[in-house]
Design a binder for this molecule. Structure first.
Ligand code: NAD
Length: 340
């Protein structure tokens, strides 16, 4: 049980990286939060490390399954504060039944994520990742580095929420025609931004660049798979900074082997848990599909870093601290952040 006076909230922070610790400590000065920073992920087995904590703070690859939530609830945890937007990794029904409040960060910097999507696109298209390595080896040859003008080409944005809209606007600024697809189209924004909504099949058929910006749900899982890849233009570029399981990796590898896709930029991967965010440089990679993806010169993978800007980190920390402080009655939960 918590032994502190009710004005001090003890929070166990799982999967803490140095930049999380710094941002949370900076945001919580005078907020009466006692942090327990843990560098391992939350799993059913590690959940006991949250004993004495009223709040648990976790990130995208922590486990929030029913058995894990049961351990947390039995220890007296009241709040699970996600330091991310997506809540697809939470067993929401179990959290409700166990009377655990779950909060997320509804918005931090859509610009951080959208700009990273565009960074992947520009790098892949102009092959600056390969040019960087070549020039360091004094190889000044340009052979194999031909890209294409984005200006005048068509971009397809799947999901026009906060991040998808910013991505669309940046690409429109490059002089691209922008097609969009969303379950709930925002026609007023599209009119102002010069974006056209289209059926997903039309978007896939007509786009030279496709960027995914939906959350991971039962409907969006494998939205990019063998039969939807077949609809895509030969030579198109696919960017996924949203969630790994939006893309069927096996089908993606086949499409890359056949030369159907000109480039793939991934900030997320369906089996990233336990791999992304870790330094495995001295170890053997056991994931054969990730290993295969890494062999393609036209695949660019970053390790779920699209959110990683100073502005995003400080906004994530501000919302997280506000939600944890709400436990001590110092504030209410940040609007739009309560999942359960
Ligand atoms: P958002 O909720 O503002 O937008 C999501 C959009 O997807 C909404 O417009 C929604 O209507 C649409 N959508 C939902 N289901 C759909 C479907 N089946 N078909 C078509 N459209 C559908 O979310 P956001 O802030 O723009 O974030 C999008 C996603 O980006 C998050 O869910 C998260 O998974 C991911 N993300 C990744 C990082 C990173 O660091 N790589 C950081 C933040 C967010």
């Amino acid at each position: 049980m918590n032994t502190h006076p009710s004005s001090v909230v003890t929070a166990a922070v799982f999967d803490t990286k140095p930049y999380d610790r710094e941002a949370l400590q900076r945001a919580s000065a005078n907020h009466g939060i006692e942090w327990h920073f843990l560098d391992f992920r939350l799993t059913q087995d590690s959940a006991s490390a949250a004993r004495n904590a009223r709040a648990v703070c976790v990130f995208v690859n922590d486990e929030l399954s029913r058995p894990c939530l049961e351990v947390l609830a039995a220890q007296g945890v009241e709040l699970i504060a996600l330091r991310c937007t997506g809540s697809n990794h939470v067993d929401v029904d179990a959290a409700k039944q166990l009377k655990l409040t779950v909060t997320r960060v509804p918005v931090y910097s859509p610009h951080a994520v959208a700009e990273h999507a565009v960074a992947l696109l520009l790098t892949l298209n102009r092959k600056t990742h390969r040019a960087f390595n070549r020039v360091r080896e004094l190889n000044f040859s340009l052979n194999g580095l031909v890209g294409f003008d984005l200006h005048g080409k068509t971009a397809g944005i799947i999901g026009t929420g906060k991040i998808g809209r910013v991505t669309a606007e940046i690409l429109h600024g490059f002089g691209m025609r922008v097609l969009a697809y969303d379950l709930f189209p925002n026609h007023e924004w599209a009119r102002q931004a010069g974006v056209e909504y289209a059926e997903v099949s039309v978007l896939l058929r007509d786009s030279d660049v496709i960027s995914l910006h939906t959350p991971l749900t039962a409907e969006t899982r494998y939205i990019i798979r063998a039969d939807t890849i077949k609809l895509m233009r030969r030579g198109s570029i696919l960017i996924n900074v949203s969630r790994g399981a939006l893309v069927d990796t096996k089908a993606l590898i086949q499409a890359l082997k056949s030369g159907r896709l000109a480039g793939v930029g991934l900030d997320v991967y369906e089996e990233e848990e336990g791999i992304f965010f870790e330094d495995l440089s001295g170890e053997v990679l056991h994931d054969d599909e990730l290993a295969r993806l890494l062999t393609f010169p036209n695949v660019l993978i970053t390790s779920h870093q699209a959110f990683l800007t100073r502005e995003a980190l400080s906004e994530i920390a501000r919302t997280t601290v506000a939600n944890i402080s709400a436990l001590a009655g110092q504030a209410s939960f940040v609007e739009g952040s309560v999942v359960t």
